[in-house]
Design a protein around this ligand. Structure first.
Ligand SMILES: [Zn+2]
Ligand SMILES: [Zn+2]
Length: 324
């Protein structure tokens, strides 16, 4: 059984971050009075190999505490089932008017409508009753991201192997056998539509397992911060609504950030699924940028257990080495 905390990169929420000594008093005061706009130009980061953790993201110049390092658009999104009728089908922005969930979702703007039109049409054609029921009974959320990706592939907006750039999870035989059922429900939903069979050729067990192995350790649970963009820049005023997960999303660049239990960077979502990577403290040129995949307030043993079970590595960050 999947659990949110165990299987997704629950990025450090703002309200947790506030418990940490993030900013010098001078920096906080400046930020709250006059939020500075993000600097222009390319983001001050590069992806390179680390000594022991594969790829990582590094600062190409000094980055100041509180600075917005970059914003990343999601590659795949899906609203959580409880938020289906109140967030945008594509960008997960909250909408003032409740959508008709029977119509399969709705959009916050013309831009989202246009961007998603092709795969939204595919999605609407299929009958998701059995698929939804299975996911609901088993408490599954990641199959929805695979479903969205399948709609995108069928619509021709991305290729079937587009997630291969991301690290996969090592799946147990048990997990693999459970995925066969999910895949056949997904395939069946499309079979009843007029989608040509050759456009479904990619959708076999091997594709599904390969995709889920990547989604499971790279998906982020999206919790929108309350407040404005200015609140976000000032940070002190922004917070995350309790239990306000609006959906899940997969990103490419943010997935290259390695983990640290005492991170120098965090991810926040202000009003939609665009991920904003923000420096939690001053970062030197050449320093690796790291985020926390789990709830950083947990104790040493709980963190070690979660990271090994959910992400397959033994954390050797300075905080863990000091057994804090
Ligand atoms: Zn939208
Ligand atoms: Zn650690």
């Amino acid at each position: 059984m999947l659990t949110a905390a165990r299987k997704c990169r629950l990025a450090l929420a703002l309200n947790q971050a506030q418990k940490l000594p993030l900013f010098s008093s001078a920096a906080s005061a400046d930020a709250s009075q006059q939020p500075s706009p993000p600097r222009a130009g390319p983001p001050p980061i590069q992806v390179s190999l680390t000594e022991s953790a594969g790829r990582g993201v590094f600062a190409t110049r000094r980055i100041g505490a509180g600075e917005l390092i970059h914003t990343a658009k999601p590659f795949i999104t899906h609203p959580s089932s409880s938020a289906l009728d109140r967030v945008c089908y594509l960008c997960l922005r909250k909408m003032a008017i409740r959508a008709n969930s029977a119509a399969g979702g709705s959009f916050c703007s013309e831009a989202c409508t246009l961007q998603a039109r092709a795969f939204y049409e595919i999605d609407r054609k299929a009958n998701w009753e059995e698929f939804d029921e299975y996911c609901r009974i088993n408490g599954l959320k990641y199959p929805y991201l695979a479903k969205r990706l399948a709609c995108m592939v069928i619509a021709g907006v991305t290729s079937a192997d587009s997630l291969n750039i991301l690290q996969p999870e090592n799946l147990s035989t048990n997990m693999i056998s459970e995925m066969g059922k999910e895949c056949s429900l997904l395939r069946n939903a499309f079979m009843s539509t007029d989608v040509k069979h050759e456009h479904l050729a990619f959708l076999n067990d091997e594709w599904y397992i390969n995709v889920l192995a990547r989604i499971r350790i790279n998906a982020f649970r999206i919790e929108l911060a309350c407040g404005s963009y200015e609140d976000f820049l000032a940070s002190a005023a922004a917070s995350v609504e309790a239990g306000a997960a609006v959906g899940n999303a997969v990103y490419i660049l943010p997935s290259f950030y390695n983990h640290d239990c005492d991170p120098n960077t965090h991810i926040v979502w202000v009003d939609n699924s665009d991920a904003k990577l923000k420096a939690l403290r001053d970062i030197d040129q050449g320093e690796e940028l790291r985020i926390c995949y789990i709830d950083a307030s947990m104790d040493h043993e709980a963190r070690q257990r979660l990271l090994l079970g959910g992400f397959g590595f033994q954390c050797q960050c300075p905080r863990c080495l000091s057994r804090d």
